[in-house]
Write a protein that binds this ligand. Structure first.
Ligand SMILES: Cc1ncc(C[n+]2csc(CCOP(=O)(O)OP(=O)(O)O)c2C)c(N)n1
Ligand code: SF4
Length: 302
């Protein structure tokens, strides 16, 4: 039977007292993942908000080993830890890398892709807050079209980001690793199941978990979960998973108007009618492509 909110272990391995901003989505991901992974776990982090709020010397919110080397090589550092443990015969210790979307899909991508190609036996969790938040809200490949960031300002020359969000989960699925899934803090039951499933598999496992950042998204700190739910309801974020080549859609998007999602966040406050239309069209196109993809790779009846 898979883990639920009720059966989630009480024991904390990522403790309170960390210094994340109020309403941050990332600690929700990490706390839940650490409860599921348990005490026999070694964690790896590139530079990001989590590295800072989870472990600024001399404080540390983790009760398990917590390692950081460089920003651009998380997946290979985690794989190195795995190889060392294997040589020591410690095969039952979990190895997990936690990284932001910038450290995953842009700066850390070569290491990630190489580790996936080699099918390294690690769990890689990307908390996707759609920008480089730790260094002051710069745009990443994961930032959506139209969003204000400090490097895509809403001014007279440009009005927010002019490019679209990179489809990193599909890029990871193309690596044909044992498990790739998207998740969201707005759908905790689904998120817990996926973390547990990934924990119990061997080989390269990749989770990308949607985790709003109220500071960078210029939104109400009490609305983190609501905004995350809206992203799924409007088709801005799709919940699906690929297990051994078979794709399953976990939540069918309701395709509510994207406006409902955008107006909850100050980073979209400047958008023109045309820009909102562009985002709505993007959401419909994404929906259509995702549904075709799910259909093509779904489990077929014998
Ligand atoms: C090679 C390298 N480039 C840039 C930096 C500066 N840097 C540190 S953290 C960070 C932002 C990380 O963004 P992301 O991975 O999305 O995580 P978040 O901060 O949003 O949690 C940057 C650019 C660095 N430490 N090393
Ligand atoms: S800046 Fe954003 S991601 Fe970073 S700790 Fe604050 S709310 Fe969390």
């Amino acid at each position: 039977m898979s883990i639920t909110l009720k059966t989630l272990p009480k024991e904390e391995h990522f403790t309170s007292g960390h210094t994340a901003c109020g309403g941050c989505g990332a600690p929700i991901v990490v706390r839940a993942a650490m409860k599921i992974l348990g005490p026999d776990t070694i964690t790896y982090f590139p530079a990001n908000c989590l590295l800072v709020f989870g472990g600024t010397y001399p404080h540390n919110a983790f009760k398990v080993p917590y390692l950081h080397i460089l920003f651009e090589n998380s997946a290979v550092c985690a794989a190195g830890i795995r190889h060392a443990l294997d040589r020591l015969g410690k095969k039952d210790v979990n190895v997990v890398a936690f990284a932001g979307d910038g450290g995953t899909g842009d700066i850390g991508f070569q290491a990630l892709s190489g580790a996936a190609e080699r099918n390294e036996d690690i769990l890689y969790i990307c908390y996707d807050n759609e920008a480089y938040m730790n260094t002051g809200i710069q745009r990443s490949g994961s930032t959506p079209f139209g969003a204000w960031t400090t490097t895509t300002p809403a001014g007279t020359k440009i009005k927010g980001k002019e490019l679209f969000k990179k489809d990193l989960p599909k890029i990871m699925m193309a690596h044909n690793v044992p498990y790739v899934a998207t998740a969201s803090i707005g759908h905790p039951a689904d998120m817990l199941k996926k973390i547990e499933k990934a924990k119990n598999m061997k080989g390269f496992r990749y989770l990308q978990i949607f985790a709003p950042c109220p500071t960078g998204w210029r939104m109400d700190t009490a609305k983190t979960v609501e905004v995350a739910k809206k992203a799924v309801n409007t088709g801005m974020w799709t919940l699906y998973e690929m297990e051994d080549g078979v794709v399953t859609l976990n939540v069918k998007p309701k395709m509510e108007p994207v406006d409902d999602y955008l107006k909850m966040q100050g980073r979209f406050r400047h958008l023109s009618e045309d820009q909102i239309k562009t985002i709505q069209e993007w959401a419909y196109k994404k929906y259509e492509m995702d549904m075709k993809f799910v259909e093509a790779y779904s489990k077929k009846e014998e």
